[in-house]
Ligand binder design. Structure first.
Ligand SMILES: *Cc1c(COP(=O)(O)O)cnc(C)c1O
Length: 393
């Protein structure tokens, strides 16, 4: 029996995931027995570290239908997005200064775009449809002669909707505009293929996929077309001069293992999580005034975003704290008083967006967890509503 007091059920897998024990095991030797720098080419320690990095690079490439040399390791998806957006903006200055993205992107895309605006670039922030999806016609109309990049995420971190990557890719390729996608939430959860989807740059991260925090990668297309990205970190010239810095072998090995497992288990996990998510949504139907955010089918298997009318958001989260660990929107925004920019873009009022719960189910979520969580959520909502009806009378 565990000596720890009972801890809340973890349902915040869009914020981060626990590292799979099989990933930890794969990483361990690279902290101690194999400490070499993958760039050290004169001895065994360097060679074995390089071999491990090469293998992870191959796994990451294969997962998205790319070549190993098209993968650049970064510290995570934030850095990968910054490198893609600022790196392309800098490299294609002579072609144009216009970029297109969506209002519902992660801040790791929106903030680099705002930064570029300060430097004189122009950015169009497309609104989503009410179900969170991009309207392709809306994208086509926004394209200009000087547009250099379209950045649209694969899966939304707050509401879980999946964007029509293949359609976006087709529009961009026809118009000879580069297409970047932030796939931090998507890799290992849904099929991704840079060829059929005509993706030119793609960002991933380890810690949303049962891998370690602090490691990610950017895919940069090398032919048809050969994509140029200006380095944002200068130094030892690692990663073909695109991203200098000593490669963190244990983290890279962990990322590779996490991708390998995610891919091997993707189909069965998607089925299992979709069933759990559907069950949770059905259980919540005993409550009135509930609203599902985002398209009901085109979504991540493990993500359910629900708004509860007539409930004080702060009281709801506080009431749930001992029982269920989740948040209303993104983890980065949970410390900010302003309502989620994603829910606002969907047309939700500030009040409704604050009384929203994002259920993030994952590999270690059990049917029992869902029963318990539903039970607690229903109780707390009923208490909150009872409380506010007392306050009103
Ligand atoms: C988590 C997340 C990021 C940031 O990734 P880090 O690896 O934590 O930097 C970027 N985009 C999306 C969609 C995310 O979910």
């Amino acid at each position: 029996m565990s000596l720890l007091p009972e801890r809340p059920i973890y349902l915040d897998c869009q914020a981060t995931t626990p590292v799979d024990p099989r990933v930890v095991e794969a990483m361990l030797p690279y902290f101690t027995d194999c400490p070499g720098n993958p760039s050290s080419s004169n001895h065994l320690y360097g060679w074995e570290a390089k071999a491990a990095v090469d293998l992870a690079r191959e796994t990451a490439a294969q997962a998205i239908g790319a070549e190993p040399k098209e993968i650049v390791f970064t510290s995570g998806a934030t850095e990968a997005n910054n490198l893609a957006i600022k790196g392309v903006a800098e490299a294609y200055l002579s072609k144009g200064r216009h970029l297109i993205t969506m209002q519902t992107e992660h801040n790791a895309v929106l903030e680099p775009c705002k930064y570029l605006e300060k430097l004189g670039f122009e950015v169009t922030y497309l609104p989503p449809e009410p179900d969170g999806l991009l309207d392709i016609e809306c994208l086509e109309q926004a394209i200009r002669a000087d547009t250099i990049l379209v950045s649209v995420m694969a899966a939304n971190n707050e509401i879980g909707v999946l964007q029509p990557l293949a359609e976006i890719g087709q529009v961009c390729r026809q118009r000879q505009i580069l297409f970047h996608t932030d796939a931090a939430q998507a890799i290992g959860k849904i099929p991704l293929d840079v060829e059929t989807m005509q993706i030119d740059l793609l960002s991933i991260t380890g810690h949303k996929l049962y891998g370690p925090k602090g490691i990610g990668a950017l895919y940069i297309r090398s032919r048809n077309p050969h994509v140029q990205v200006a380095a944002q970190l200068q130094g030892g010239g690692q990663e073909r001069n695109v991203r200098s810095g000593t490669l963190p072998t244990p983290q890279i090995v962990g990322l590779g293992k996490a991708i390998e497992l995610g891919l091997a288990e993707q189909a069965t996990e998607a089925k299992r999580l979709t069933a759990l998510r559907t069950h949770l949504w059905q259980k919540l139907q005993v409550l009135d005034g509930i609203h599902l955010n985002g398209h009901p089918q085109l979504r991540l298997p493990g993500c359910l975003s629900v708004s509860f009318a007539g409930v004080d958001g702060a009281a709801l989260l506080l009431g749930l704290q001992p029982y269920v660990a989740l948040s209303s929107g993104s983890a980065c925004a949970s410390s900010k008083p302003t309502p989620s920019h994603v829910l606002t873009a969907l047309g939700l009022s500030s009040q409704l967006s604050k009384s929203t719960l994002r259920f993030g189910l994952g590999r270690f979520t059990t049917p029992e967890d869902i029963e318990q969580a539903a039970h607690h959520v229903i109780n707390v909502i009923q208490q909150c509503r009872h409380q506010s009806s007392l306050n009103c009378s």
